[in-house]
Write a protein that binds this ligand. Structure first.
Ligand SMILES: [Zn+2]
Ligand SMILES: [Zn+2]
Length: 408
């Protein structure tokens, strides 16, 4: 895993590009490209993926080596032509992984998260989930099976991944001549749009010729409306990740007979019952205090996201030197913080329980670190008494969950 410390700089580099893009949109008066809440939500999804990736990436690489060493069909070698074949092969596999991600319910449940963003800027590129990464790895296995050395495959996947980051921006307009071969931000923007003529188009990541070959290419003509045809209307971290699995389960329950049940899981997302999501939203999202207003204390939100990025960078950099306990602590801390950020954006009443959980987690870790496990319950008792005497929960809700427009 010699490339992990190098990956530690991916997050700060990402932030630098987002900051540069944000400054340019301000200077060129294109402020509407960024919506703060949505950007925070996008970045939260990306942080979780990078974090869980630390635990699973090694097994992805081992799987590539296992397939290459035992089952490779050919020997591609490492000549220039092998690299050219690899870059074409990678994008070809991507095309089908991505297309199936839109055409099969089970795959769409993971890929939908990438399309929930109604803004199209660098932060939208961060909307990748670990489930998506696992499914994608299944597809990438074709490359070592075809005979490409895992080292070459891993290098190519880094290049391929980096390329797609730069196609998520509105700052670069159409570059018509480039579109004949390469995916440009305009071409990928069309893929992210919900305009009728743009649906299910432009699946390629680097090249446009697969789309032209299979009849799914569409150039930008009218102004794209970014996001899903039926927007999610929720910033909840957990709901964004799992809502479509619940939708599939509900459809599966309603379906009668094997064929219908099979289609609920592997059928087309276009056939999904549109009344299922509102029904589930009523069941799972009804405890909102307001209809997603702007928070007065957004600084608290940014502070938490900044902290998560710093913690993730440090954990990635020092991964080899950390023990299991520390890894688990930092991971849980970051995940609770991300759920917290989503709950803040949604102004959930239960958010202060998360604050308690985070404080308790910190105290347990510190007590464990200094061999004081026998006092583990003490912080919990202090917290319960403090809540009883000082009504911290109520004060917290009144202060932190203030909406901007209410001006209190
Ligand atoms: Zn897509
Ligand atoms: Zn995209």
């Amino acid at each position: 895993m010699e490339n992990i410390p190098f990956l530690a700089f991916a997050m700060p580099a990402f932030l630098l590009f987002v900051y540069a893009e944000y400054q340019i949109t301000r200077k060129t008066r294109q402020k509407s490209i960024f919506r703060h809440e949505s950007s925070v939500s996008n970045i939260s999804v990306g942080i979780a993926e990078r974090l869980i990736n630390l635990f699973v990436a090694a097994s992805f690489y081992e799987l590539f080596y296992y397939i290459y060493n035992n089952y490779r069909l050919f020997d591609a070698g490492s000549s220039y032509s092998a690299w050219i074949l690899l870059i074409l092969g990678t994008d070809f596999v991507w095309y089908w992984y991505h297309r199936l991600g839109h055409e099969v319910n089970f795959f769409w449940a993971a890929h939908i998260v990438h399309h929930q963003s109604e803004e199209f800027n660098f932060t939208a590129a961060a909307r990748i989930t670990t489930i998506q990464a696992i499914i994608r790895t299944g597809f990438w296995c074709i490359l070592p099976l075809a005979g490409f050395h895992p080292k070459m495959v891993i290098t190519m996947l880094l290049v391929h991944g980096a390329y797609s980051f730069f196609t998520h921006t509105q700052l670069i307009g159409r570059i018509k001549w480039l579109e004949y071969i390469f995916v440009t931000p305009s071409v990928h923007g069309v893929h992210h749009a919900s305009n009728e003529k743009y649906l299910d188009k432009n699946y390629g990541d680097m090249f446009t010729f697969w789309d032209r070959m299979f009849g799914t290419f569409q150039a930008e003509e009218e102004k794209p409306r970014y996001g899903l045809t039926h927007p999610l209307k929720s910033y909840s971290f957990l709901w964004q990740h799992f809502h479509y699995y619940f939708e599939i389960y509900e459809l599966w329950k309603r379906s009668k007979g094997f064929r219908a049940k099979w289609n609920a899981v592997f059928g087309s997302p276009a056939q999904m019952d549109q009344d299922i999501r509102p029904m589930l939203e009523k069941r799972f999202l009804q405890d909102r205090t307001h209809d997603v207003p702007r928070l007065k204390f957004r600084g608290y939100l940014y502070l938490q996201i900044g902290f998560c990025i710093a913690a993730l960078t440090a954990l990635t950099y020092y991964w080899q030197f950390t023990d299991g306990g520390t890894r688990l602590f930092v991971t849980l801390f970051i995940l609770i913080t991300l759920i917290n950020c989503g709950a803040l954006l949604e102004q959930r009443r239960w958010i202060y329980y998360l604050e308690y959980a985070r404080l308790f987690l910190c105290s347990v870790y510190l007590l464990h670190k200094y061999d004081l496990e026998e006092y583990t319950l003490l912080p919990l008792i202090v917290m319960v008494i403090a809540e009883q005497k000082l009504h911290l929960g109520k004060r917290y809700s009144r202060f932190v969950l203030q909406a901007e427009r209410q001006g209190k």
